[in-house]
Design a protein around this ligand. Structure first.
Ligand code: ADP
Ligand code: 5GP
Length: 208
């Protein structure tokens, strides 16, 4: 069985990463989004263990010391980390895993998993980004302003990614991410076992 893909998705806050990820995995049995741990307080409607594992700073630091994270970073004033447990098991079982993480985290994952697929989600404009983050209605003005201040610097890193997907129309953007995953799965170096398996097959003696 071919291994699952490790897919990393980043982009400015409010660009639609979470929304796209949710749609991309809809009705999929071999694609999951990893649940990160964070010291950020839950937003209204967020559920522990579903959106994030919400933990305090002391627990977070203990997990760093225990080497529990594949990567972790301090983002917009809070700690975020990708739990290691399970990810490798899932990849080995042929399940692809999406990490929706910030740029610092993505660059770290690139170093340890250079066969990962790195996708940067771009907002259609800075004005639309601002509109989206405000209309999401989950963050205070101070938090929104702090996040938007980082946007231009974050955009500088888009070139470090394998793909850039413009999230103008949500369905189009979702479809593009799905297509990237499908194309990546067909790359020859990911299909060596499949080729070998077919080569080993016994054909009718008449034609051997
Ligand atoms: P991120 O995870 O990148 O911070 P979200 O997925 O939370 O962003 O999206 C921010 C807001 O923008 C949400 O209210 C979401 O419904 C909205 N949104 C996402 N994609 C689009 C889109 N293509 N067009 C209009 N609104 C969108
Ligand atoms: P939010 O608070 O909006 O959910 O996330 C803030 C930022 O943290 C986003 O850029 C998101 O991608 C990033 N993030 C979420 N989980 C992780 C993680 O496990 N590691 C890293 N490095 N960033 C994360």
């Amino acid at each position: 069985m071919e291994k699952g893909l490790l897919i990393v998705i980043s982009g400015p806050s409010g660009t639609g990463k979470g929304t796209i990820c949710k749609k991309v995995i809809e009705n999929s049995t071999d694609l999951e989004v990893s649940v990160s741990a964070t010291t950020r307080k839950p937003r209204i409607g967020e559920i522990d263990g579903v959106n994030y594992y919400f933990i305090n700073e002391e627990d977070f630091k203990e997990r760093i010391n225990n080497n529990d994270f594949l990567e972790h970073a301090f983002v917009y004033g809070n700690y975020y980390g990708t739990p290691k447990s399970n990810i490798m098991n899932k990849l080995n079982a042929g399940i692809s895993v999406i990490l929706e993480i910030d740029i610092q985290g993505a660059l770290k994952v690139r170093k340890s998993h250079d066969d990962g697929v790195f996708i940067f989600i771009l907002p259609p404009s800075l004005q639309e980004l601002q509109k989206r983050i405000v209309s999401r209605g989950t963050d205070s003005e101070k938090v929104i302003s702090n996040r938007l201040k980082c946007t231009k610097e974050e955009l500088e890193f888009a070139v470090e990614y394998d793909y850039v997907v413009l999230n103008d129309d949500l369905l189009e953007a979702t479809d593009k991410v799905r297509k990237i995953i499908d194309v990546e799965k067909m790359k020859s170096h990911r299909n060596i076992d499949l080729v070998e398996q077919i080569k080993e097959e016994q054909t009718c003696t008449k034609y051997r």
